[in-house]
Design a protein around this ligand. Structure first.
Ligand code: SF4
Ligand code: SF4
Length: 741
């Protein structure tokens, strides 16, 4: 079907005051040859929308350019048919609200954006959803508080569930407790899951293989000597936690005397016959709890496990239940008992035989029949020594996604990286850390992905994908983490967490059934296509795909698994042959949009800077800048990218050869603490940019004409200065010498 473009320009929301919309319409009609072009003062109102719909229904228009507000707003109003080509041109936030009304430069900016939008619509193809039959069954791995809750909630919502638990009994860690401080009892939950008609429970089971892709995972489970195979659409992984390895805490006496134990060991004692000194079985009259044992310590676990303080206060209660006159000492860095748990803390504090002090334990020594715990920086203002029968180390939580050895190796590498003196040392340590991240788990799911059988994890082993914007998501599409595997938490919080993960799993099977992407491009129906006749098997795409969507055949040719794909287009950016494209996002489309920018002659003294901007954070930040009416240099032309990692370096060459004077790349901040929405997009862009900079130097073109900036969504106020400073430097450098060639 041939494309019939309609261009609709809104003159409301100050656009009509800022630019001459009649001139823009003329540009679309005469120069860009758009057959239908209309200007309306209130395009998103009923009359404006009817104008567009009538043209579509009359058959005169099958591809729409809406030149109005940001594409991030009024998405439902301007969604006529999800399969139809739609290009939004941001004349409001990026022109009218940030530039001087009626100025020639403002008009030029709007005209460039309109040209780019029309080209985008011309180059895009209508989407055809890929719809293959999908399984909506949900696999839940782990039968503790989180896993049980996820299974029950998904089943109650009408989905078939298979729950796989490695132990013989359901209940997880909480089942071994004497009691929980939150008062949670899992027994009713265990019964509800065990007898639910839509839940199949496999205990003493492990997953041999998880093959395939979302909507069509093929899972092979070994349980009690039998093999079970089934299909699953999505996975909730809730394999919980294990205590930090106390054998690394020799400085706190662990391993040197049996009377230094961990909180978990004390819990087992309390649940199985009572608390005694392991060395001689005598009652423990004086017990010292050492908080943050290895936690919040850069040499061990640098994070807080959030539950140890409450577990200690609970266990102090066990000691007094057994012997009301036993003395309990708690030495803490900070006592963390949030919310209502503060009352729990106060209750423990009021107990006449509980002694709580802030302090730092410096050593634990045996002295005759007793242990001596030395502490400094206490609330008493002096160093103290506490004599104890039993010392209990409140150790932290490690996610059950990776073995302790691997986590230690990773942390060591990262600490070295942080302390490294030279860039080379840091790079080497970072490389090793990356290698470990790629494969260091206990292989719970045994994924048959090219990039390894494990879920990739962040520092400390948590398998998060983006904890700020998309909790529960891992870097494997449709596999969601819940409970203490995702972040340290207690059983009650893990149950809450499981609700979220179960909903995500349901959402992902429903989206897969419609051929649509999950977060962050939820609903996107485009898929990458590969013109494999020209593939050189360089493997860049398969290596750089952050979600393991691309497997390889034996020669190294990519084998896409479309439902694993999150449509980030990083593969498109990686491919030196430029053979990866989407119907609505391609190398050719972006290159054509760049060519659509009018570059004034050198003597006009109107430089042009192209800004490749990440759609996820930087672009909305620029919208916010518009909303705040912040002014910036009108010479910049913003071109949004799905992710900065989708940047194909050919676009840089295209732009510079067009005479563009400078190029900015603005993407998410690097690293685990901020997180790119597509994991490493900014990092990949930076790497690609380094190569381009070398080429520029060879061409004797200043490498300063390219700038990559890491940006957070809450930094909108900084954008004008960022643009203006770069423009000033470009003006100082003078025009691009390739202008006019
Ligand atoms: S679009 Fe992104 S997720 Fe999909 S195959 Fe390419 S790199 Fe992988
Ligand atoms: S990056 Fe391009 S050329 Fe290289 S393997 Fe992938 S598709 Fe083939």
């Amino acid at each position: 079907m041939s494309k019939k473009l309609g261009c609709y320009i809104c003159s409301g929301c100050d656009v009509g005051q800022a630019v001459d919309t009649a001139k823009l319409a003329k540009l679309a009609e005469r120069d860009l040859r758009v057959p239908v072009c209309r200007v309306h003062p209130f395009l998103c109102g009923p009359e404006g929308l009817a104008l567009i719909r009538n043209d579509i229904e009359a058959g005169g228009v099958n591809a729409v350019v809406v030149a109005a507000c940001s594409p991030r707003v009024k998405t439902e109003a301007f969604q006529f048919d999800p399969k139809m080509v739609l290009a939004r041109v941001n004349l409001r936030e990026h022109v009218a609200w940030c530039q001087e009304a009626g100025h020639e430069d403002t008009q030029m900016l709007a005209a460039d954006y309109l040209r780019m939008g029309v080209v985008k619509a011309q180059k895009a193809e209508p989407l055809e959803p890929v719809s293959e039959p999908v399984s909506k069954q949900i696999l839940v791995v782990g039968g503790g508080a989180a896993g049980l809750t996820a299974a029950l909630e998904a089943a109650e919502a009408g989905y078939e569930v298979t729950l796989v638990e490695s132990k013989a009994q359901l209940g997880g860690f909480a089942a071994g407790l004497k009691r929980s401080f939150s008062g949670t009892s899992l027994q009713p939950l265990i019964e509800a899951v065990s007898y639910h008609p839509r839940i199949q429970v496999l205990t003493s089971a492990w997953i041999e293989r998880t093959e395939g892709q979302p909507g069509a995972f093929e899972v092979t489970v070994q349980a009690d000597g039998t093999t079970t195979r089934f299909h699953a659409g999505a996975v909730v992984i809730a394999t919980g936690w294990k205590p930090y390895d106390a054998s690394r805490l020799g400085h706190l006496g662990y391993g040197t005397t049996p009377d230094v134990i961990t909180g978990v060991e004390l819990e087992h004692m309390a649940a199985n016959g009572g608390i005694r000194r392991p060395s001689d079985g005598k009652p423990a009259k004086d017990v010292v709890f050492v908080q943050c044992a290895g936690s919040r310590d850069p040499d061990h676990l640098s994070y807080c496990s959030s539950v140890c303080c409450l577990a200690t206060l609970k266990q102090a209660g066990y000691i007094h239940e057994q012997d009301p006159e036993a003395r309990v000492y708690v030495v803490y860095k900070d006592m963390r008992t949030p919310g209502h748990y503060e009352r729990y803390y106060r209750q423990a504090q009021d107990h006449p035989f509980n002694f709580l002090t802030k302090g730092e334990v410096t050593g634990v020594q045996r002295s005759g029949d007793k242990l001596v715990v030395a502490a400094k920086n206490t609330l008493l203002g002096e160093d103290i020594e506490l004599r104890a029968d039993l010392v209990v180390l409140a150790t932290g939580m490690i996610p059950n996604s990776a073995d302790g050895e691997a986590i230690r190796a990773l942390e060591d590498a990262e600490i070295r990286a942080e302390k490294g003196e030279s860039a080379a040392q840091r790079a080497e340590a970072a490389r090793k850390a990356e290698e470990l991240k790629a494969h260091r788990g206990t292989e719970i799911l045994n994924l048959t992905y090219r990039q390894g059988p494990d879920l990739p994890v962040l520092r400390h082993g948590f398998p998060d994908s983006h904890f700020i914007c998309f909790p529960y998501e891992t870097r494997r599409t449709a596999i969601y983490a819940a409970g203490a595997l995702r972040a340290p938490m207690d059983a009650a919080q893990a149950q809450q967490d499981a609700l979220g993960a179960a909903l995500k799993a349901i959402q992902s099977v429903e989206l897969a059934a419609r051929g649509q992407a999950v977060h962050p491009r939820a609903g996107d129906m485009s898929f990458p296509s590969f013109f494999l006749q020209r593939c050189t098997q360089c493997k860049r795409c398969t290596e750089e795909c952050p979600f393991g969507a691309l497997d390889e055949d034996e020669k190294g040719t990519p084998k896409p698994n479309p439902y694993r794909c999150r449509r980030c287009a990083i593969c498109l950016g990686s491919c030196p042959e430029r053979i990866i494209s989407f119907k609505n996002y391609s190398v050719d489309m972006i290159a054509s949009m760049i060519k659509a920018i009018e570059v004034p002659e050198e003597d006009e003294e109107k430089p042009r800077v192209l800004v490749f901007m990440c759609e996820n954070d930087a672009y909305p930040a620029l919208d916010i800048a518009g909303l705040k009416r912040l002014r910036y240099d009108p010479s910049v032309r913003v071109l949004p990218l799905r992710c900065l990692g989708s940047l194909n370096i050919v676009w840089i060459a295209d732009a510079l050869s067009r005479g563009i004077d400078g190029i900015m790349l603005i993407g998410c901040k690097l690293g685990d603490d901020y997180q790119c929405h597509f994991v490493r997009g900014s990092e990949l862009a930076q790497r690609r940019l380094e190569n381009v900079k070398e080429t520029l130097q060879r061409l004797r073109l200043e490498s300063e004409r390219l700038q990559l900036t890491q940006f957070a969504i809450n930094e909108a106020d900084k954008l004008p200065a960022l643009f203006n400073d770069f423009m000033e430097r470009i003006r100082e450098m003078g025009p691009n010498p390739y202008k006019g060639f």
